[in-house]
Design a protein around this ligand. Structure first.
Ligand SMILES: [Zn+2]
Length: 119
């Protein structure tokens, strides 16, 4: 997942996810023309969870992952912490879907101390 996307980039990425979800529903309905409305709804409900989980990941991860804390001094030795990228995130099983939250990760080049900004 890209971090620090612009608002327009996040929106475009979400629209692409939504369009793909809609296409999947179209394909499924093509293959199940006799499906009841409840069966169509059941398909949509599961895909909605996937879509919203991914959409919320875009919203949160695309906006900020603690990158602004770059330059923070090491708590052990005072050297400037080095940004090491994204990782060590966690998955939130939320009301709207499962969302993988990413976090920025820093390591001290002198003593190896690590930093995971909260959030
Ligand atoms: Zn250090």
């Amino acid at each position: 997942m890209s971090r620090r996307m612009s608002r327009g980039q996040r929106q475009s990425a979400f629209e692409a996810l939504a369009a793909a979800m809609y296409e999947e529903l179209e394909d499924w309905y093509d293959e199940h023309p006799e499906a009841s409305f409840e069966e169509v709804e059941a398909q949509a409900r599961e895909k909605r969870r996937t879509l919203m989980g991914a959409g919320l990941a875009l919203l949160v991860n695309g906006r900020d992952s603690g990158y602004a804390l770059e330059g923070q001094p090491c708590a052990q030795c005072g050297r400037e912490m080095a940004y090491k990228g994204q990782g060590f995130g966690k998955t939130i099983h939320g009301l709207e879907g499962d969302t993988r939250l990413e976090r920025a990760y820093y390591v001290c080049p002198a003593c190896g101390e690590t930093l995971f900004p909260p959030g």
